[in-house]
Every structure is written in structure tokens, then in C-alpha cells.
Design a protein around this ligand. Structure first.
Ligand SMILES: Nc1ncnc2c1ncn2[C@@H]1O[C@H](COP(=O)(O)OP(=O)(O)O)[C@@H](O)[C@H]1O
Ligand SMILES: CC(=O)OP(=O)(O)O
Ligand SMILES: [Mg+2]
Length: 403
């Protein structure tokens, strides 16, 4: 029996999301989430999909990522899917920041760990959590290959004209300041799936991918290669997000420091955690915002309008960057589920060849689908993302090749 299972770990600052997949048929054996790590009210939710079982929930304190992973391992073991299983081929880790060093999935050794650690200054919110996840997983199964799949990797093809900020070159280089981009695993997966939906090879199509989750980013993909993306040095730049401001005048920061007497850490928290939709209207969930708009709530409506205005600007910008656009693909929680966001985002863009068909846009489903009118110049599509499957696929392919 050859080992065919991959455990995918996505360790965030206060959460761990995981999935166990069987790569013989890409089926999901188990999935779950540990939330609010480090708080008194941590929660573990585990769904044993293979067993067709009910989700199990556990509430109580989970002190750190180490304890979280051990709790996950225990849950998996209850279904006979423990980390000690000989069928486990590898563990794949989502690593948010790979800088310019990592352009592809990489088997983790001490040198790779050291490099991910060296990148902490450009990813202070994300890389430390990713590192803890890797270290704990390695301690639990030291013999097993562990693979890092980087959010930044897909964007390393961006030309210098898109990747550089117009700031003093020596200063920028000394501090590794440039636009790295994130959600690359999703942008890569969705741009490929969009080509497939059009019945074409990735090399033949130019796609604008709109990854609209709690974090949100847009990318311009020419012939399968990323040429621009909206996130930058960190995942703060670009679109309006659930809790992040996206683009602002950088002078807002000087102003808040000098006139608002806020510390750099306070401003960091403000722009990353208390801005975006939640800062504008108190809610970051698009369902709740739509519900409030339906009740005539003006603040929710303004938040929605600001979100859409920014999104439209990026669609227009990436039409200009690409020249010829074959498809615009909506993905992630908001992109896959909100027909209102999709309709509003392309409304009035007929001169760019963009439109949605209201009936097609209203259809719900898990499969990639077209929502543009049949005669449209540019295809508009809903293409569900699957970052875990993509991480598992890349992890398994690398392990197979190295064995
Ligand atoms: N039915 C829905 N209608 C509108 N928005 C939705 C719906 N379901 C989920 N969402 C949005 O998707 C977001 C989560 O997206 P997701 O891609 O899972 O985010 P992340 O991976 O960043 O946590 C929620 O905050 C919510 O705004
Ligand atoms: C990089 C990033 O923004 O990730 P997430 O959407 O998971 O917060
Ligand atoms: Mg996501």
C-alpha cells in the first residue's frame, strides 16, 4: 500500500484550518477548524467526512498552536485517521509569505524554516503562526515530508513595473519592500479552472481573478502567468476587505500618528482589523450587510458602495493592464455567494465588454459556471476556489517526485 493521504494545515494568527485528503481521488476524509486559540473560549469543530459523520464540536481553552494541533491529531485519531497512520504521505502547509525566495512548493528542512523566519518582518501577522504550525507538525511526525506552499509564489512572475513601489530604490531594497501579492494558491487554481471552463488551455486566456473572501484580492493573469495583483508588501493593500482598509493615502498613517497621537501598533490594528467593511458599518459579513441594506440601513449601503467602487476600479485597471480580457472570475466566500456583489461590480462596464445575465447570476451551485450573456465579449464566471485541494495537489506532486 502506498501512502496517498495529505493533511493540509492553514495556520492563522488565532486559528488552524485543516483538511485530510486522499489523493487517489481527491476526496476529503476530514475537515475542521480550531478558532480563538489563546482565548478562554477556543472552539474546535471537526467533521469526519469519510465516515459520513456528524460534525463534532469542542469548546474550552486551547492555549497555543501546539495544543491546537495536538487536539486536531486526537480528533483525527478517533476516526482511525491519526497522524501516525502509514497512509499519510505528507503534510502540506499554507505559508503566507515566501518573499522572493520561494517561487514554488518546497520540502521543509531547517534552512527553509530559517528563511520563513527571516521573512517575519514583512509578514508579522502571518509567518509566525505558519512557523508554529510547521514546528508542531514536524515534532509530531519527524519522519514525514512537510511541504510549504506559499501564497506569494504565483505572483513572483510579476514584472518589475508592477512589483516595485515608486520609492527610493536603495531604501526599498535594503528593507525588501516590494509588492509580493497573496492568495496566490487561489489565483493560480481559479485562473486555471476558468480556462478549463472556457474549454481552453491556460496559455491561451487572459483572466482577471477576483478573490473576495474576508481577505480580498484581485489579479491579472496573462496566459496562466500573473502580471499584477492588488495586495502588496503585506495583505493590507488593494481592495476593501472584511476588516482591512485596502488602499489608502499612506499619509493617513502620518496624520494619525502626528495629529491623532496613535502609536504605530495602534494604527496597524486600526487598518488591519478595524477598517474595511467592519470599520465602515460594524459588520464584515456580506450576508449581514445585504440584510441591513434590505431594511434601509444607510451605513450598510455606503459600506457596500465603497466596497464596489474599489472593486470596479481594479477591474478597469486590470482590463488596461491585460489589454485583451477573456474572462473575469469571481471566487471565495463573497465572490461565490453574493449575486448582488457580482452584479454591482460589473454594472455599467458594458464598454469594457462586461455584463451579467440576471437569471444566470441568480443560479447557486458549487460548480464553475458562466454568468455573462451568451453573446458577451468577455466571459464573466463564478469559479469556486479550493485552496486546500490545490495545496494538497502541489504537496503530493512534490513528494511523489522526490521519492
Ligand atoms: N451566502 C453568502 N452571501 C454573501 N456573502 C457570503 C455568503 N457566504 C459567505 N459569505 C461571505 O464570505 C466571507 C468568508 O469568505 P471566505 O472565503 O470563507 O473567507 P476567509 O477564507 O478569508 O475566511 C464571509 O465573511 C461573508 O462575508
Ligand atoms: C493573505 C490573506 O489575506 O489571507 P486571508 O484571506 O486568509 O486572511
Ligand atoms: Mg480564504
Amino acid at each position: 500500500m502506498t501512502a496517498s493521504r495529505v493533511l493540509v494545515l492553514n495556520s492563522g494568527s488565532s486559528s488552524v484550518k485543516y483538511q485530510l485528503l486522499d489523493m487517489r481521488d481527491n476526496s476529503r476524509l476530514a475537515a475542521g477548524l480550531v478558532e480563538r486559540i489563546g482565548e478562554r473560549t477556543s472552539r474546535l469543530k471537526h467533521t469526519p467526512l469519510a465516515a459520513g459523520g456528524e460534525a463534532r464540536e469542542w469548546n474550552g481553552p486551547i492555549a497555543d498552536h501546539d495544543a491546537a494541533l495536538k487536539a486536531v491529531a486526537e480528533e483525527l485519531a478517533k476516526d482511525g485517521l491519526g497522524l501516525d497512520s502509514p497512509e499519510l504521505a505528507a503534510i502540506g502547509h499554507r505559508v503566507v509569505h515566501g518573499g522572493q525566495t520561494f517561487t514554488r512548493p518546497t520540502v521543509i528542512d531547517d534552512a527553509v524554516l530559517a528563511e520563513i523566519e527571516r521573512l517575519i518582518p514583512v509578514a508579522p501577522l502571518h509567518n509566525p503562526a505558519n512557523l508554529t504550525g510547521i514546528r508542531t507538525a514536524r515534532a509530531l511526525r519527524p519522519d514525514l515530508p512537510q511541504v510549504a506552499v506559499f501564497d506569494t509564489a504565483f505572483h513572483t512572475t510579476m514584472p518589475e513595473s508592477a512589483a516595485r513601489y515608486a520609492i527610493d530604490v536603495e531604501t526599498a531594497d535594503a528593507h525588501r519592500i516590494r509588492r509580493y501579492g497573496f492568495h496566490g494558491t487561489s489565483h493560480a487554481y481559479v485562473s486555471r479552472a476558468t480556462a478549463e471552463l472556457l474549454g481552453k488551455a491556460p496559455e491561451e486566456v487572459n483572466v482577471i481573478v477576483l478573490h473576495l473572501g474576508n481577505g480580498a484580492s484581485a489579479s491579472a493573469v496573462r496566459g496562466g502567468v500573473c502580471v499584477d495583483t492588488s495586495m502588496g508588501l503585506t495583505p493590507l493593500e488593494g481592495l476593501v476587505m472584511g476588516t482591512r482598509s485596502g488602499d489608502t493615502d499612506p499619509a493617513v498613517i502620518f496624520h494619525l500618528a502626528r495629529v491623532g497621537n496613535m502609536s504605530i501598533d495602534e494604527i496597524d490594528t486600526l487598518l488591519n482589523k478595524k477598517s474595511g467593511l467592519i470599520g465602515l458599518c460594524g459588520d464584515n459579513d456580506m450576508r449581514e450587510i445585504r440584510r441591513r441594506i434590505d431594511e434601509g440601513d444607510a451605513r450598510a449601503e455606503l459600506a457596500f458602495d465603497i466596497y464596489i467602487h474599489r472593486l470596479k476600479k481594479y477591474i478597469g485597471a486590470y482590463c488596461a493592464v491585460l489589454g485583451r480580457v477573456d474572462a473575469v472570475a469571481f471566487t471565495a466566500g463573497v465572490g461565490e455567494n453574493s449575486a448582488e456583489v457580482r452584479a454591482a461590480a460589473v454594472a455599467g462596464l458594458e464598454t469594457l465588454g462586461l455584463a451579467v445575465d440576471d437569471a444566470l447570476n441568480a443560479v447557486r451551485g458549487d460548480e464553475p459556471r458562466l454568468i455573462s450573456p451568451p453573446d458577451a465579449r468577455v466571459a464573466v464566471a463564478v469559479v469556486p476556489t479550493d485552496e486546500e485541494l490545490e495545496i494538497a495537489t502541489q504537496t503530493y506532486a512534490l513528494v511523489e517526485r522526490t521519492n
